[in-house]
Design a protein around this ligand. Structure first.
Ligand code: SAM
Ligand code: SF4
Length: 317
């Protein structure tokens, strides 16, 4: 469906849970989040109805996210049911990867097409520190398991943080030399735990190009990522300039939270509830949300935090 500013909205991110087995410092509080009452959250049937309603408006790509989607009970059957909905052409998932060793084959079999796996460092001490509890070996085994299960073109999401992982930029880029993966550097955003990060942590994607000048731009951007590659490299490098660049003109998505709120824009507090609505009513509310997508987000930098009104684990990224 075309929004008020001529953008074709084809993509919906669905957060299926606010809960997570990690506690990334830039995302959620150390104590985690209180498990909400069952009746406050979307049921699987409501989620499927929401996808049917959105698909009837031209949403063709669905991304399952969270929290950590793989801690959600029944995630495989939810994915299978979503992948079978007419109009859904691509089903993707964003995960921290730590549970993929167990789940990757089931996800593949359930019709998940692509995986984005978050990994901010290749150093086990730093991994434990940034996730406040994670084991790097589990994430790496998860990435391997995803490849073995037949997932192709795996994307690695790396949040850039000055003084934390800018010294690993080259190591991450080198992963694309022989492996057909895409490493995507994402600028840290002042949202969720990121709001209280020191100014020096917010560095721009320019650092990637200055650390690895041989990266060559590729012609076509991939959604909001500007694409690059090493000469002769098997994989690609994506730069997501969430702060340094206004890519709102390229935004083709809406978000649905685990408690049933449509978010027309990540950085706005505007939310529209679809809890308890019929599929026809949901369709009207999705139409309204799409037409309400703002042309541009408001100012966003270390001094101007996001107006999202929720931590990132309760939105889905
Ligand atoms: N748990 C899954 C994961 O970590 O991939 C999915 C949910 S997580 C909220 C989705 C994405 O949001 C991750 O790639 C994470 O790195 C990113 N993210 C969370 N907080 C962020 C922040 N303050 N700035 C930039 N990216 C953030
Ligand atoms: Fe969990 Fe993902 Fe947030 Fe990390 S970024 S705390 S893995 S939801």
């Amino acid at each position: 469906m075309i929004d008020s500013f001529g953008r074709n909205i084809k993509y919906m991110r669905i957060s299926v849970t606010e809960l997570c087995n990690l506690r990334c410092r830039y995302c959620m509080p150390e104590e985690g989040v209180k498990k909400r009452a069952h009746e406050d959250m979307m049921t699987a049937e409501e989620t499927l109805d929401a996808v049917r309603a959105a698909a009837s408006l031209g949403i063709e790509k669905i991304r399952i996210t969270g929290g950590e989607p793989l801690v959600k009970r029944g995630i495989i059957s939810l994915c299978r049911n979503i992948s079978e909905i007419p109009g859904v052409r691509e089903l993707c998932m964003t995960t921290n990867g730590t549970l993929l060793e167990e789940y990757a084959p089931g996800l593949r079999e359930a019709g998940v097409d692509r995986l984005n796996i978050s990994l901010d460092t290749l150093d086990s001490e730093k991994y434990r520190s940034i996730t406040r509890r994670g084991d790097l070996r589990e994430a790496l085994r998860g990435i391997e398991a995803a490849g073995e299960a037949g997932f192709e073109k795996i994307k690695i999401n790396t949040v850039l943080m000055g003084g934390f992982n800018d010294d690993e930029i080259e190591d991450f880029v080198r992963l694309t030399e022989k492996n057909p993966i895409e490493v995507r550097f994402i600028e840290l955003m002042p949202i969720g735990g990121g709001v209280s990060f020191d100014r020096g942590r917010f560095i721009s994607c320019r650092h990637v190009l200055s650390k690895v000048p041989e990266l060559k731009p590729l012609e076509r951007p991939d959604g909001v990522a500007d694409m690059y590659a090493l000469p002769g490299g098997a994989g690609k490098v994506g730069l997501i300039r969430s702060i340094s660049c206004h890519f709102c003109g390229r935004c083709d998505k809406i978000r649905l939270t685990a408690d049933g709120m449509i978010k027309p824009c990540l950085h706005s507090s505007r939310e529209i509830s679809i809890r308890g609505k019929s599929r026809e009513e949901m369709k009207e509310l999705f139409q309204k949300a799409i037409m309400e997508k703002p042309e541009q987000r408001e100012a966003l930098d270390a001094d101007n935090p996001s107006h999202a009104g929720r931590d990132m684990n309760a939105i889905g990224g």
